[in-house]
Design a protein around this ligand. Structure first.
Ligand code: PLP
Length: 372
């Protein structure tokens, strides 16, 4: 092992996810499997749902984990909540907004887009004005934490406005859940999804998700069958609900791991966890300034994520060369830019298990070897 972190067996993952994992997660993954129809396993599912309610800050009965990565959460939400011809507004300021637009188009929605430059966020009052100008609007989708740029989008006012309408509010919280505050019920979010491999620090493969009564009514009143069998909430609800009807074989060991990951979060305490992410992000920014690098997000104008730091690559530095030196010489992974930011920014993840001063110190010790 070429990095100096003794608590990690292999590479130090300081990119946009997955993160390294706690020993408790490793032992959950290597447990003897249970049948997905074993009553003992059902207790674990119940526990996962109730822990997810606490981290999403919701009382929604329908709260569970989709079998699949974060994208499966997006697909589960959108295939159930959008019908062909529905008017949908997608807020787009990065790669994951692009994906929501693409998915809504595949579902044959009438898609309108509101966009800002990558690295910026939306003024909530302007979004509300736009919504008011669309009398037939059925759904608004937004990315809370844009992992491609490192921007945090404030959503509370948009959600509170939408609460008083029939319009569904869908939020991608893949990178924010348990890293920054998220209040599903309080902020009027009707459906919200995440991914296991970011701030929850469980390997990739599960997508926590929640639907409130308003969202469920939309699903119940659909005129068209969901075009996806795997993501049909009407069927899946009977497995995660009281009936426990077989739908597909649940990824049992991944669910053991998620259960453990959630218990680690709740033992730490959500507010303390947010505070830890915030203070480590501040520490990162101090060291970043010391080596003369700059944040891609203009932090005077926009809110930067504490869990994903995007950094401008200085002129004269070769993006790929630096990342491969960090990986090959030091076993440290960092992320590159996506789309228009490819070759322009690096992305550093400070998520969950990996939001630690010790890891940040090691990262900068090694970075300093190449940055002059
Ligand atoms: N949404 C956001 C904001 C993401 O950051 C990601 C992945 O990084 C996704 C969706 C897709 O998740 P996955 O790659 O786990 O399918």
């Amino acid at each position: 092992m070429k990095n100096n972190i003794e608590t990690i067996d292999g590479k130090l993952l300081m990119g946009p996810g997955p993160t390294n994992i706690d020993r408790r997660i490793k032992s959950a993954l290597s447990r003897e499997p249970l049948s997905h129809l074993d009553p003992d396993f059902f207790s674990i599912l119940d526990n996962i749902s109730s822990s997810l309610r606490r981290v999403f800050k919701t009382n929604n009965k329908v709260t569970f984990a989709v079998s699949g990565t974060g994208s499966s959460g997006m697909e589960m939400a959108m295939t159930n909540l959008i019908e062909p011809g529905d008017e949908v507004l997608v807020l787009k300021n990065g790669e994951f907004g692009n994906r929501m637009e693409n998915l809504a188009q595949r579902l044959k929605a009438k898609v309108s887009v509101m966009s800002t430059k990558w690295g910026e966020s939306f003024e909530q009052s302007l979004v509300i004005e736009k919504i008011k100008s669309m009398p037939n609007l059925k759904l608004v989708s937004v990315v809370h934490a844009e992992t491609s740029t490192g921007v945090l989008q404030e959503i509370d006012l948009i959600g509170k406005y939408l609460k008083s309408t029939d319009i569904i509010f869908l939020v991608d919280a893949v990178t924010s859940l348990t890293g920054v505050n998220l209040e599903v019920d309080e902020w009027g979010i009707d459906s919200c999804f995440s991914g296991s491999q970011k701030c929850l620090s469980v390997p990739p493969g599960l997508a926590p998700i929640t639907f409130n009564e308003k969202a469920l009514l939309k699903v119940k009143n659909r005129k068209n069958l969901n075009s996806s069998w795997y993501f049909d909430l009407k069927m899946l609800i009977n497995y995660w609900g009281e009936e426990r009807v077989y739908h597909h074989t649940a990824p049992v060991n991944m669910l053991f791991a998620l259960n453990e990951g959630l218990s680690i979060c709740l033992q730490e305490g959500l507010e303390k966890r947010f505070e830890r992410h915030k203070s480590n992000s501040e520490y990162f920014m101090t060291l970043l300034k010391q080596v003369g690098l700059k944040s891609f997000v203009d932090e005077e104008k926009f809110k930067a994520l504490p869990v994903l730091k995007s950094v401008i690559i200085p002129k004269g530095m070769n993006d790929k060369e630096l990342r491969s030196k960090m990986l090959i010489n030091h076993d440290i992974e960092i992320g590159g830019g996506l789309g228009p930011t490819k070759g322009q920014i690096w992305r550093f993840g400070l998520m969950g298990f990996n939001s630690k001063k010790e890891f940040i110190d090691e990262l900068f010790r090694k970075l300093a070897l190449y940055i002059n």
